[in-house]
Design a protein. Structure first.
Length: 290
């Protein structure tokens, strides 16, 4: 299969530790590459694996892996691993994968996963929701839904994401994380096909024509999957639609490059808030930039 036929693609660079005595990638490492690509496949489906499997009542176990080697990768090569679901049976799913250097296919593989009860590892039917998600994702449909709304509508599920990211992961005090601005803000919430909340953010009016984006949070397992950018773009568009001419935000310093790629620029020096370094940023809203 050519690389462009894979909707889910992962990239990695070959490390020195993966090279054998022949100065090429040791054959067993290619299975690790495919396994890494499967992790990215779950991310593309917006499914935090542990949370999703718990709700679905099972686990996906690798039953069989078949690899065919066409050419060798070497230290320093940048590889792209394509992964797609070819077929879903009663209790199993067949995945096709390809490892490419540029457009050159180095290794092709087939992986059969069985959905099973984790208590006894006995096969059980693939849940209808998961079956539909595999099929519709491969057909090009979105794996997520984005909603904009009031706190009364979205607050309970948005809180679950913010609690996990800000309070449990980053150690921010709950009384700081939740504030009185939630009640009047416009909130964004991204849910996956299991209706699990996976990302959230909010838009607060500061003054006529000026809004502030904040409380941007994405489930830890799904970062890097463009959920944050999808949500950010939706909030910026909402601000422009209601006539705002400027959007500001206080970015955690580690996220500054993410916001810069979305057209924001630093508007002041770094400072500390809730024990974390932040950078004030802004974006002017004009028709040509939306």
């Amino acid at each position: 299969m050519p690389l462009q036929d894979y909707r889910c693609q992962s990239r990695l660079r070959v490390r020195w530790a993966e090279i054998d005595m022949q100065r090429i990638v040791f054959n067993a490492h290619y299975l690790t590459y495919f396994d890494t690509a499967m992790t990215d496949y779950w991310r593309a489906l917006a499914l935090p694996y542990d949370d999703a499997m718990q709700q679905l009542g099972g686990e996906m176990y690798l039953k069989k892996a078949t690899l065919e080697y066409h050419a060798s990768a070497r230290e320093g090569d940048m590889l792209t691993i394509g992964m797609r679901c070819l077929r879903v049976g009663n209790t199993s799913a067949l995945f096709d994968g390809g490892i490419f250097r540029g457009e050159q296919l180095l290794v092709s593989g087939e992986l059969i996963y069985v959905f099973a009860d984790p208590a006894n590892q006995r096969p059980t039917p693939v849940p209808a929701l998961l079956r539909e998600l595999f099929t519709e994702f491969e057909a090009g449909e979105s794996a997520t839904q984005l909603q904009l709304g009031a706190w009364q509508q979205l607050g309970e599920r948005a809180t679950r994401v913010r609690q996990a990211v800000f309070v449990e992961e980053q150690g921010i005090a709950p009384e700081i994380e939740l504030d009185g601005q939630d009640a009047t803000a416009l909130h964004a919430l991204v849910t996956n096909r299991l209706d699990q909340p996976v990302a959230t953010g909010r838009l607060v009016t500061l003054s006529p024509g000026v809004s502030r984006i904040g409380r941007m949070a994405v489930h830890r397992a799904l970062r890097g999957g463009r959920l944050g950018r999808q949500m950010l773009d939706a909030l910026v568009h909402a601000a422009a639609k209601r006539g705002d001419h400027q959007v500001v935000l206080h970015a955690q310093a580690s996220a500054q490059p993410f916001y810069e790629r979305a057209g924001f620029e630093a508007s002041g020096p770094r400072y500390e808030e809730a024990g974390l370094p932040h950078v004030p940023m802004q974006r002017l809203l004009t028709t040509s930039r939306l």
